[in-house]
Design a protein around this ligand. Structure first.
Ligand code: GLN
Length: 192
């Protein structure tokens, strides 16, 4: 049976846990969801989701636990939302530990103070999606290996690279499972 891990170091972990369970139910895929706090649990996972939260804190804990290195070494597909997206980048405007799995440069807390949190309907996969942004980053630059999935206000807010997916917004807070399903389908190579 396949396992989808939710990195459980800091941030909105339970929201991802619930929506991933919901996505798997809807897809009728025989997989379970596991909260991951240590390398032993990570090794049981076929894919891992990194939540929103504080990317500096999550990054340091990933370094300390060895989880970060293991994700990279074992080539585990990653979905990162908000802080999770920051951690997937090769570079940000801060000094912080990163996984560097997606060839992109990210600017943190990038939508400005007044717009610290906002909701907007965005477009992804040719469909409308509720975009919830909370002190969100955006992507300033991508390399050739990166596919852009969504743009809002001329800023790149979602990308795919290999099996990795990153969004600046929080699909886990919407009850809409489409992006999670997309990631699971790509990561496990299964039909929806
Ligand atoms: N600003 C946070 C960071 O860069 C991300 C905020 C969030 O995940 N909601 O770490």
């Amino acid at each position: 049976m396949a396992t989808i891990g939710i990195l459980n170091l800091q941030g909105d972990v339970s929201e991802h846990f619930e929506i991933t369970k919901q996505a798997l139910d809807e897809m009728n895929v025989n997989a379970k969801v596991l909260k991951v706090k240590n390398p032993e649990y990570l090794l049981k996972c076929d894919a891992i989701i990194i939540s929103g939260g504080e990317s500096t804190v999550i990054g340091k804990l990933m370094e300390k636990t060895g989880i970060g290195k293991l994700i990279v070494d074992k080539k585990i597909p990653v979905m990162g939302t908000c802080a999770g997206m920051v951690l997937l980048a090769k570079k940000t405007d801060y000094e912080q530990p990163l996984l560097g799995l997606i060839d992109m440069e990210v600017k943190r807390n990038a939508f400005g103070r007044q717009k610290a949190s906002f909701e907007k309907i965005i477009e992804i996969f040719g469909h409308k999606f509720e975009g919830i942004f909370i002190r969100a980053p955006y992507i300033e630059k991508v390399g050739k290996s990166v596919d852009i999935l969504s743009i809002y206000n001329e800023k790149i807010i979602a990308v795919k690279s290999g099996k990795h997916i990153a969004t600046a917004f929080h699909p886990e807070l919407t009850g809409d499972t489409r992006i999670h399903k997309y990631f699971i389908k790509e990561a496990l190579n299964c039909a929806e």
